[in-house]
Write a protein that binds this ligand. Sequence first.
Ligand SMILES: [Mn+2]
Length: 338
Amino acid sequence: MHTQDITEIQGLLSSPKNIVIVTHKNPDGDAIGSSLGLYHYLKSQQHNVTVITPNDCPEFLKWIPGMDTILKYDHNSSKATSKIEAADLIFTLDFNHFSRSGDMEHILAKTKTCFIMIDHHQQPDTYASYTYSDVSMSSTCQMIYHFIEKLDDLDKITPEIATCIYVGIMTDTGSFRFRSTTSTTHKVIADLIDHGADNTKIHEDIYDTNTLSRIELQGIALNNLKVIPEYKTAYITLSQKELDQHNFKKGDTEGFVNMGLSIQGIVFAVIFIENKGDKIIKISFRSKGDFSVNEFSRNHFEGGGHHNAAGGRSNISLSDTVEKFISILPSYKNALNQ
Ligand SMILES: [Mn+2]
């Protein structure tokens, strides 16, 4: 983001505004953390701020400060729509294409107001008046910190803001271990702790929240895990029936794909999850090193995301999807064996 952009944004924020913050469908820790972190910051600057999510987030995020103020579009679309129509400024966080906002896509696309995009995914769209896009960033939450830094307001970070931002950096970096974690990320984290983020408590509140049924579902997932050594690939399937038998709730399969990636010698891990309600197979891709799951998903499974972590989908059956996946692997044999 250029100095000129920052100066203009400072001008926009110099008097109280109606501000809407929107994030992507099925919001994760980074989406919620960045939205609520920015929410608390802008509130403290006397703005009228509303966070709108397309739908609900997983249970393990429900304790994050400010959660009770979030407006869910799928629960209250008329109120959300009027907030959007009355907005002087709309921040779009942790996504870069309106299609990622689910049913909100059309209302956002026809809204003629000032958009500010803050995001770290590949190939940003051009809808925003101000675009802060950086694919090298660990998380949108880290970018919110740098955004506040650019506005010269780091001294205004409260324990609430620090907590929200910490959550998204932690969850998007796999607890500070993915390649996108830099020394700067750690300096930001250090400063957030100095501003009141309780790192031990945040870790416990996010990760130590298993239910017995989730652990049982994890057992099913492990039981279904298949390894294809010649392609250094591991994949997991979960059918709707298996999910139903274990009292599946949104977020329960979070992180399961990483079990495949934790196997020695595996560089490519995938989980296929059947969703009968949406009539799709939801897919998560993870990789280690140079193999780009962003490209793989874009080319074959209507998705994308980051170099080492991407999402995708398929409209054919679970078994046909797996069959298609396996049939594609030979053309990546070299890339997977580098
Ligand atoms: Mn993110």
